[in-house]
Design a protein around this ligand. Sequence first.
Ligand SMILES: [Zn+2]
Length: 184
Amino acid sequence: MDDIEPVESGRRLRQVWISHPDQIEFLMSDTRRFLCEAIELAHVNLDNGGRPFGAVIVKDGEVVARGVNEILSTNDPTAHAELVAIRSASRTFGSPDLSGCAVYASGHPCPMCMAAMRLAGVGEVHYAYSNDDGAPYGLSTAAIYADLAKPFSEQSMTIRYEPVRLQSGLDLYEAWQRKQAARS
Ligand SMILES: [Zn+2]
């Protein structure tokens, strides 16, 4: 027999049909809960004129940051939901190190966000809508992933290694090494 179980996430309350006992456990799981919150954030963003992406960052079972895609409202092409959430979390922690954090995103993270999460030390990523799910709607970054997997010389963007160095003064990276040594 079907039952209706309210699932609270984000700012809105939605009702989800439960048609099988196994689904109850799934619905109550943290993964499901956090992904639902990311999707709810995406819905709210959509209602506010934004793109349909949301993300939450979780540490020790608690949501520590939220983000939605703000490209259209800010004209910042890097304002993806995951990056907005990462910026919020790092501000909260006062550190660029997000080790021990997990990201729950409504959609398949793009390569930029995936790399940012790796650089920040995020250890876990979950997403609800795949690139295949998004492709019919123009919401897939699979082509960028495929392009980036190629050698630089074969990618669509011109990428060249030009080993230019300043003629005088300390080499840039040697200067960095000295600064580091002075701090330790
Ligand atoms: Zn992204």
